[in-house]
Design a protein around this ligand. Structure first.
Ligand SMILES: NC(=O)c1ccc[n+]([C@@H]2O[C@H](COP(=O)([O-])OP(=O)(O)OC[C@H]3O[C@@H](n4cnc5c(N)ncnc54)[C@H](O)[C@@H]3O)[C@@H](O)[C@H]2O)c1
Length: 239
């Protein structure tokens, strides 16, 4: 039990990578609050689903107050909710730009501005921000998404300094996954997925469990001396 007695919030926890992490954390002893705009697509003991739009500042404040009231504290935060709205830059609309930046960056800020300082107060915690291989290397047709995922790396490094400035062990790290088969890839044509697989050293796409493994490690005390880092979990890919 690597997360015994811990309370974890996982955003975008209804499906995909968020589902994987919520289930993994619960199986390791954590009480998990999986927030999403939709109901959970699964049932798991010690995972409670809550409907929340991470971009809604007031709703996030209310959610935070309720969780503290109900669970007392939050030890682990995974900022995982994320979307894409791809287009070549020349054709990208304001709506596409704003939507992606709002969920992928503002949503991360919204949760962390409450939970990060709370971790300082309770004497520690682990924040895991889900970036992307696209945030590290860039990608054609994803200016909005790559800006948001690169922004997450800046937030990670800033918060690793800010929340630990008084010597409290609040650790903040990012995971930059490569291509992993979840719904977010359902609009990507198969030939492109095959190409992405061939661009990895391991010649395949990733599995959700492989991102879950990295998240569990970073959430646990095994990663007690790791902060301000970006862990690339991408099969050795370079876009
Ligand atoms: N799957 C991949 O290949 C891959 C690669 C790199 C990074 N990522 C990142 O991993 C994260 C999880 O992606 P996934 O692959 O599981 O995708 P997914 O689409 O299966 O899951 C994303 C979840 O986020 C939720 N969500 C979207 N907007 C939200 C909002 N405003 N408030 C609350 N929840 C919201 C969705 O309802 C959904 O359940 C994302 O940040 C994504 O950018 C995924």
């Amino acid at each position: 039990m690597r997360l015994e007695n811990k309370v974890a919030v996982v955003t975008g926890g209804a499906q995909g990578l968020g589902q994987e992490m919520a289930i993994r954390f619960a199986k390791e002893g954590a009480k998990v609050i999986a927030v999403d705009m939709q109901d959970l697509s699964y049932e798991q003991e010690n995972v409670e689903g809550k409907i929340l739009n991470v971009t809604d500042t007031e709703a996030v404040q209310k959610f935070y107050d309720e969780v503290i009231e109900q669970y007392g504290q939050i030890d682990i935060l995974v900022n995982n909710a994320g979307i894409t709205a791809d287009s070549m830059t020349r054709k990208m609309t304001d709506e596409q730009w704003n939507k992606v930046l709002n969920v992928n960056l503002k949503g991360v800020f919204n949760l962390t501005r409450h939970i990060g300082p709370q971790m300082e107060q309770i004497g520690g915690g682990s924040i895991i921000n889900i970036s992307s291989v696209v945030g590290v290397f860039g990608n054609i047709g994803q200016a909005n998404y790559s800006a948001s995922k690169a922004g997450i790396i800046g937030l990670t490094k800033t918060w690793a300094k800010e929340f630990a400035r008084k010597g409290v062990p609040v650790r903040v790290n990012a995971i930059a996954p490569g291509y992993v088969l979840t719904d977010i890839l359902k609009t990507v044509p198969q030939d492109l997925l095959d190409k992405f697989a061939s661009m990895t050293m391991l010649k395949r796409l990733g599995q959700p469990e492989e991102i879950g493994n990295a998240a569990l490690f970073l959430a646990s005390e095994e990663a007690s001396y790791i902060t301000g880092q970006v862990i690339n979990v991408n099969g050795g890919m370079r876009l």
